[in-house]
Write a protein that binds this ligand. Structure first.
Ligand code: ADP
Ligand code: MG
Length: 692
């Protein structure tokens, strides 16, 4: 320890910081020595090697000189005021002149060491820098100017400039070797090509070159990912204490289940199933995210898993976020199971009280084997005889708490989450990092293509004639609006008014309907049924149709104010069409947002891969916007970038899970430092290590 200073010591005790600077640092969120050491530069300015001043002749397009200021001149008056200083490096003197440079008078004083670089010209026979870039050096020696140097630029704020922060960090850096404790042994680092942590922290501030900085950043990003994944792994290890029912699959069972479907499963479905079936065979509760683009055939995979539970004389629950989806699943499952002995039931908020009582009794005795429902399944009075599997459709419509609600009943069920909003791989490992993932990568055969066009409102008007013709020929269309009703604050198209206009105007006589999220569920259901049956040809809708509806004849979707939606959400909406054999059209109407919005939407014109789009969305909007990692109680990421550092994240995840598998409470001697770091990272947020 240096002078009793530790990582948690308030920053004012660092030599040369003091109370005033400490207060200013606090405004940047820097209160401890550790905070200061990990307050990393935002970027670096490359400063060329300074050349001896005597060699500068006044014709250089660019030169760099460094030395001590021996004189200054502050010309305030006149047509072109300037600030000038003279510096020397011992070989010669040279002037540097900044026109309108009065702001420099407090910075550049006699005796200060600085470096200037920029264009040199001749003034009265002498070479001089004109408006050069300026760097005030934080230590007096210019010895390190013998080579090109990366000068850190810190995120500045309040009274603290980047230069001052650089000086303060410079004073704290000598503490690194004694304060920063290594996490791993040499062999661990060597195998992963990671540099030691103390060296990485120092090099983040003062790298010798770009490569060294990259290595330093890589190490610290790894550490952040590892801490995050350790948190997830520890949580998960604790949750897996209760066993689930093991659901082995035999060849005979497999054949019986497959015979239920009027088609052969695609290779992509088989691949996802193989992982699920392997998980279900074990009493270790499965936690799996089944991702697949809209219409890729997830429901069938989930139903296979549910039937595997039934074959093992256990029960399965399938949860959907809305009544419409629940009943759609139910109807489909009933179709597949027609003529079998499997008993399926639907439980929703709409289920009449008497029927509900009967159903609950049948679930409690095990007579009903598969129940499909909404969050009504989470009711306290819902008991199962032997719940082996919970399937949840559209994950993030449910809160994490609801997830745990159903988990609490009886044995730990296996747990399969289906999502058609592709969660970027990166987030699947972080926010949903307690889930294994598998993905259905290709849709069933025989699907048409969806062609997407971004247009302005005038472009839509031009397309209406064509749309009308297609509707008259039997196709169906969605018109999507951001609002249900007119809003006094927002000047946006709304579904209700648009419905009236369309049905009286251009689409008159074609059967226009209206659906939105504020309607009673029964009304929504009946309208959807009319649409599915073709009695309604055109549906004016709020974004309520976002999830799961499956109407093969619907081949046109017009999304108004597309600029207001995220790319992933638009892709999801677009997935409502193109579910039949013929080609579909998606028209994105951008009514605002300018060039920027049009470029963003252009991604959808070119790309039909939901995962690529979700990654792009993540890149544009950032994970905070999408899910807010902080709210999920995960440790903070300062250095790592979930998108760029994906491979690193994956390595850290593997490592973290292995560490926790071998030592769930991080009690082993060689894990003591990691244990301290986990406690520091999650202090007060997660009681990960069981109070200790
Ligand atoms: P998702 O839930 O992923 O949106 P579904 O499971 O609802 O997709 O399947 C979409 C449509 O594709 C359904 O009509 C379903 O019957 C059909 N389908 C699913 N799997 C296959 C397959 N292997 N071959 C042909 N059609 C399939
Ligand atoms: Mg679905």
């Amino acid at each position: 320890m240096s002078d009793g200073i530790e990582l948690d010591t308030p920053v004012r005790f660092v030599k040369g910081v003091g109370p005033l600077r400490a207060e200013q640092l606090a405004q940047l969120g820097v209160t401890t020595v550790y905070d200061l050491l990990t307050y990393f530069p935002r970027r670096f300015d490359l400063r060329r090697q300074a050349q001896p001043i005597v060699t500068i002749n006044g014709t250089e397009a660019s030169a760099t000189a460094a030395g001590e200021v021996v004189e200054t001149e502050d010309r305030v008056f006149g047509p072109k005021p300037f600030f000038r200083c003279t510096l020397t490096d011992g070989t010669a003197m040279i002037n540097a002149r900044w026109f309108f440079g009065g702001y420099l008078r407090d910075k550049i004083k006699k005796g200060v060491t600085l470096a200037v670089s920029g264009k040199v010209s001749r003034y009265r026979e002498c070479p001089e820098f004109v408006n050069p870039r300026l760097q005030i050096l934080w230590d007096e020696s210019t010895a390190h100017l013998q080579h090109d140097e990366m000068l850190p630029v810190y995120p500045a704020g309040g009274k603290l400039s980047s230069g001052v922060i650089a000086q303060l960090v410079h004073k704290a850096l000598p503490l690194v070797p004694s304060l920063i404790t290594p996490w791993f042994d040499r062999e661990y680092l060597r195998r992963r090509e990671l540099m030691p942590r103390p060296a990485a922290i120092a090099a983040m501030h003062r790298p010798e070159d770009r490569d060294q900085w990259r290595l330093a950043r890589r190490r610290l990003a790894y550490d952040e990912c590892l801490l995050m994944q350790l948190g997830i792994a520890i949580l998960r290890a604790r949750r897996e204490v209760r066993p689930a029912y093991a659901l082995p699959c035999t060849q005979q069972i497999d054949q019986r289940i497959r015979a239920r479907f009027p088609f052969t499963l695609t290779p992509a479905q088989d691949q996802a199933l193989a992982e699920i079936v392997r998980d279900l065979a074990s009493p270790m509760p499965m936690n799996r995210l089944l991702q697949g683009d809209v219409g890729s055939g997830k429901t069938v995979v989930a139903l296979y898993a549910a039937l595997l539970a039934v074959a093992n004389r256990k029960q399965a629950a399938i949860m959907a976020p809305t009544e419409i989806l629940a009943s759609q699943h139910f109807r489909k499952i009933e179709q597949y199971l027609a003529g079998s002995r499997v008993k399926v039931a639907l439980l929703s908020g709409q289920t009449p009280a008497k029927k509900r009582q009967e159903l609950l009794a049948a679930l409690a005795t095990g007579e009903v084997q598969i129940v499909v429902g909404t969050h009504a399944l989470l009711g306290d009075d819902v008991r199962f005889a032997g719940l082996a599997l919970v399937v949840i459709d559209e994950q993030h419509k449910f809160g994490v708490l609801q997830r745990t609600g159903i988990r609490g009943k009886g044995y730990a069920p296996h747990y399969l989450v289906m999502t058609a909003t592709p969660i970027p791989r990166t987030l699947a490992m972080t926010v949903f990092g307690d889930l294994e993932t598998c993905t259905i990568t290709a849709p069933p055969p025989g699907r048409g293509r969806t062609v997407t066009k971004v247009v302005e409102p005038a472009g839509l008007r031009a397309a209406m004639g064509d749309i009308r013709r297609r509707l008259a020929a039997g196709e169906q269309a969605y018109f999507i609006y951001p609002l249900v009703n007119p809003s006094p604050e927002l000047e946006l198209a709304n579904a209700t008014e648009a419905y009236e206009e369309l049905s009286r105007g251009e689409l008159k006589g074609l059967g226009v309907g209206l659906i939105h999220g504020q309607m009673p569920p029964a009304q929504k259901d009946s309208i959807m049924r009319d649409f599915a049956a073709g009695r309604i040809r055109v549906l004016a809708a709020s974004i309520v149709v976002e999830v799961g509806l499956d109407v093969p004849a619907a081949n046109i979707i017009v999304i108004n104010h597309a600029e207001r939606f995220g790319l992933a959400q638009l892709h999801q909406l677009r997935g409502r069409v193109g579910r039949g054999e013929s080609n579909a059209t998606c028209i994105l109407v951008a009514a605002g947002g300018g060039e920027e919005a049009r470029r963003r939407l252009g991604v959808l014109e070119k790309c039909n891969d939901g995962f690529a789009i979700a990654e792009e969305d993540l890149r544009i909007r950032g994970p905070g916007e999408l899910f807010g990692t902080r709210q999920h109680g995960l440790s903070e990421l300062k250095v790592a970038d979930l998108v760029e550092d994906f491979e690193l994240l994956r390595m850290a995840r593997r490592d973290a899970f292995e560490i926790v598998r071998n030592d769930p409470t991080l009690s082993d001697a060689h894990n003591q430092q990691l244990r301290r770091e986990v406690i520091r990272a999650y202090a007060g947020r997660l009681d990960l290590l069981g109070g200790g």
